[in-house]
Ligand binder design. Structure first.
Ligand code: SAM
Length: 366
């Protein structure tokens, strides 16, 4: 008798694409949680610490695309000789899509799971808190915010950020103000799928960019393949609060649509200042709180983002050591027209002339 069986009903997706999606989601997400899934008939599950493999705990024993993936799963650390348990994902077509079943065979890691009350204890205190968090309003809101904006992952996010059309007005405004030249070395923090980077590189400049979403880094690299091959751009996975770049290495820096998700903004701004050369210019674009609840900043994302008054933004830049600080809210309608956005989108930008907040600053000359 199996120990545990979970069923997920997936509408509108057939078993083969469901199989491929599950594999790709596990591949992308597990490393953010200390695990790695190596897919394929000889695949395995690993505990990892960054790039370092700590141990293997499961091996693929069956790999049938669109039908099932089975693992020989090591049940516990207690007894290395303990025989493995079969853990299986099954994919079955339904009238509306696919049913994915996850089944743990006779999963009895050493003695406690032989004991009925302890089995209930493991279920309630080991497994259910994750499930309850994933399905609670707060937990689901956090997951959704990460998924679409704070750390975008998955096919929908990849599609959006490959061509983030509603960000194009900001991009045009920033490029107009940056006035990039071929001898510029640009830093971009929170580059998403690399669309701004792509436009910026048309100036002939070189660029260094980071994002903390592995999916976005991969997409940004795909979108800027030519510049990568020409070694004109470096795109790394990294955190805004600890930039993996040398001090005073860039002539200008930009961040757009990312700042509102940074937990320690002054610390991150200080990092940007560190990477800028003396006299280097800095431009930051973020949405204003007037946008909260509009299609540009809907819930549950809006209440998880940080919103600042103009004076607060200027004060943070000052605290991070910037000089020549200016904050303004330029109307974006003209840039929406210039970007060729559809009429309803242009109308939105016209209706929210105070929607964007731009911080301009410099690192002081020595
Ligand atoms: C709303 S998206 C904007 C992406 C892109 N700049 C654009 O305008 O299309 C925000 C991006 O900032 C990244 N981000 C958020 N917080 C970050 C942090 N602390 N360090 C690095 N990247 C971060 C996210 O992963 C995401 O790609």
């Amino acid at each position: 008798m199996p120990t545990l069986r979970l069923e997920l009903f997936v509408p509108g997706v057939g078993p083969e694409p469901a199989f491929d999606l599950l594999v790709s989601e596990l591949e992308t997400t597990l490393p953010l949680n200390g695990y790695r899934f190596e897919p394929g008939p000889n695949g395995r599950m690993l505990e990892v610490s960054g790039e370092r493999i700590e141990r293997e705990f499961a091996r693929v024993s069956a790999w049938e695309r669109g039908q099932r993936i089975a693992f020989a799963w090591r049940p516990s650390d207690a007894d290395p000789a303990e025989s493995s348990v079969q853990v299986e994902y099954r994919f079955e077509a339904t009238d509306s899509g696919t049913k994915i079943t996850l089944e743990y065979g006779a999963w009895r890691p050493s003695t406690p799971m032989e004991d009925g009350p302890e089995r209930i204890g493991w279920f309630a205190s080991g497994l259910l808190p994750s499930l309850i968090r994933a399905t609670s309003p707060a937990g689901f809101g956090d997951w959704w915010t990460n998924r679409v904006a704070r750390r975008p992952t998955g096919p929908a996010a990849r599609k959006t950020y490959a061509d983030p059309i509603y960000h194009r007005p900001n991009f045009l405004l920033l490029l107009e103000r940056l006035q990039l030249a071929p001898d510029d070395r640009l830093l971009e923090v929170g580059c998403g799928g690399g669309a701004f980077l792509h436009d910026a590189l048309e100036s002939g400049c070189r660029a260094w960019a980071i994002d903390h979403s592995p999916d976005m880094v991969q997409l940004a690299r795909e979108q800027n393949r030519e510049a990568l091959e020409q070694e004109r751009v470096v795109i790394l996975e990294g955190d805004a609060h600890r930039l993996p770049f040398t001090s005073e290495s860039c002539s200008c820096a930009v961040t757009t649509g990312s700042f509102s998700f940074w937990d320690r903004p002054v610390e991150a701004l200080s990092e940007i200042r560190r990477v800028l050369e003396p006299g280097g210019r800095f431009l930051l674009f973020t949405g204003t709180k007037e946008l909260r609840g509009t299609p540009a900043a809907p819930e549950p994302v809006a209440s998880r983002a940080h919103w600042y008054e103009d004076a607060e933004l200027a004060a943070m830049a000052r605290a991070a050591g910037f000089v020549d600080i200016r904050v303004d809210r330029p109307p974006l309608g003209q840039y929406a027209r210039q970007a060729g956005l559809p009429p309803d989108a242009v109308a939105f930008f016209d209706a929210w002339p105070q929607g964007g907040q731009v911080l301009m600053a410099r690192r002081a000359r020595n």
